[in-house]
Design a protein around this ligand. Structure first.
Ligand code: GLC
Length: 497
């Protein structure tokens, strides 16, 4: 009996050991597979400096092509009709309406010329998701209603001159074909908006009708893109600003071009000899972009397949979603989260870029924040340190690729402006790139990587005189300043003098 019992015991011990060994093998096989997926992705996302130089050259070439003719390039290079940026002499009460993401803002500023500081008030509203894909009528009614409520709270610190209408700078951050400084038609939606009946519409006309419906007597003095507003606001604070970049929900850039370098401009030549160009760089694409299967499926399943490829590689709307897609493949093919795929991981856009940034910035030794995010966002309750470390690595790869490509885009603009090198015997002018957007403002690792890469591309000597500068709310204040410099009353005064 004793011998039998001992034998049974030995068998049981062996079987248990076998289970443990199998489990270990399964688990090490799992990690090895996950690791392989990660390395493959790292490899494909790599954006070595030489590659970035090619991206920048392609950007410069596309800029030329887009300036030569409409439709000449993926880069629309839209003419803003802004040929003079605010000087600081602007005076009076002006409003701005900033629409371009899931939130919109209304702003009022009292400008008092150079000697006085700007008095400013603002309010933010979020757009109910159904209005982003509904009808243009509903969207503009909602916005006009909010604007009217805000105007009603104006106090005695702000005053419109007797007999004059309140004027508005309308920042509408989508691709618009401008017809004049204060009118233009929507070319297409981006960033998750999809309102069929608005495409091709006169956006100022739509807003004006909505303002009339809510009884608001206000006139749109300037219709601008957020990049153009940021450029205006940035240059108002710092005359060395030559270009503006938005890195937020979407991404785009604007810069000051010489009119003689814009062959497609058929209008009168402005005295300044300059014109602000809204590049719509989000739509840039090139064979040199390091695209992966994750980007391809994200694009194919998006609201605008084949479009905004540069934007889909780097903007706040998409970075977290790329991470989700990588995790999904690891869950499916390497059982990264165990035998079952966390149901929440199937939901597109469930990992938002701020979640990704929080995980990426986690400095704690046990990656506590990553653990919490996994719990809160994906309902994964038992994450190991190894798993958390791999997730941080994915965030790093995705963010670094985006930041490096954004730096290459900026380098492309500097090349177009001839500001990318120090010319022999010349003192280099200082160039500032005003940057706005939550991604740049809050995702420190992204921002640092962008700045490092720009320095790397410029080289030490040139980099000394070229900086990016956060231009917080440049676009809101910029829109009000532009409304002031393009005020109807100035034009009337100007023409009667
Ligand atoms: C999208 C829009 C563009 C805007 C950018 C940043 O790319 O098409 O007009 O400037 O987002 O908001």
């Amino acid at each position: 009996m004793g011998k039998v019992a001992a034998a049974v015991c030995t068998v049981a011990v062996c079987a248990a050991a076998l289970v443990v060994v199998r489990r270990q093998m399964k688990s090490s096989g799992r990690w090895a597979k996950a690791e392989a997926i990660l390395r493959e992705m790292e490899d494909k996302c790599g954006a070595p400096t030489e590659n970035l130089r090619q991206v920048a050259d392609a950007m410069t070439a596309e800029m030329h092509a887009g300036l030569a003719s409409d439709g000449g390039s993926k880069l629309k290079m839209l003419i803003s009709f802004i040929d003079n940026l605010p000087t600081g002499d602007e005076k009076g009460l002006f409003y701005a309406l900033d629409l371009g993401g899931t939130n919109f803002r209304v702003i009022r500023v009292q400008l008092g010329g150079k000697e006085s500081t700007i008095r400013r008030e603002s309010e933010e509203f979020s757009i109910p998701p159904h209005l982003m894909v509904g009808s243009s009528h509903e969207l503009f009614d909602f916005i006009a209603g909010a604007l009217a409520k805000f105007v009603a709270t104006e106090n005695e610190d702000f005053h419109v001159l007797p007999g004059k209408l309140r004027e508005l700078g309308f920042t509408f951050s989508f691709p618009v074909r401008q017809l004049s400084i204060a009118s233009g038609t929507l070319i297409k939606w981006t960033k998750g908006f999809h309102i069929e009946d608005a495409v091709g519409e006169d956006v100022v006309g739509e807003l004006t009708k909505a303002m009339q419906r809510v009884g608001l007597d206000m006139r749109v003095a300037a219709l601008i893109n957020d990049t153009v507003g940021t450029l205006a606001g940035g240059k108002y604070n710092n005359p060395d600003v030559v270009a503006a970049v938005i890195l937020g929900t979407g991404t785009n850039a604007a810069y000051i071009e010489r009119t003689h370098a814009i062959p497609k401009w058929q209008g009168p030549l402005p005295k300044s000899g300059e014109m602000v160009i809204n590049m719509e760089w989000g739509n840039f694409r090139s064979s040199h972009l390091p695209l992966t299967e994750y980007d391809q499926s994200l694009d194919a399943e998006s609201l605008n397949p084949g479009e905004q490829i540069f934007e889909k590689l780097m903007s706040g709307m998409y970075l977290g979603e790329i991470v989700r897609r990588v995790l999904m493949r690891m869950a499916e093919e390497a059982s990264f989260f165990g035998d079952n795929i966390p149901p929440k991981l199937h939901i597109p856009f469930i990992i938002r870029t701020p979640d990704m940034a929080a995980m990426h910035h986690d400095n704690s030794s046990d990656l506590k924040v990553v653990g919490c995010k996994l719990k809160d966002v994906l309902e994964v309750h038992n994450s190991s340190l190894k798993m958390r470390k791999m997730i941080v690595e994915i965030c790093d790869i995705v963010a670094s690729r985006g930041a490096r490509l954004a730096a290459a885009g900026i380098f492309g603009i500097l090349k177009k402006l001839g500001r990318n090198t120090v010319k022999d015997g010349e003192k280099q002018q200082r160039s500032v790139i005003a940057v706005d957007g939550g991604l740049f403002e809050h995702y420190t690792k992204f921002r640092n990587c962008l700045n490092r890469t720009l320095q790397e591309l410029l080289g030490e000597d040139t980099a000394e005189n070229i900086v990016t500068e956060l231009s917080n709310d440049g676009s809101g204040t910029g829109a009000a300043l532009l409304a002031a410099s393009y005020s109807q009353y100035l034009q009337i005064e100007g023409s009667s003098s």
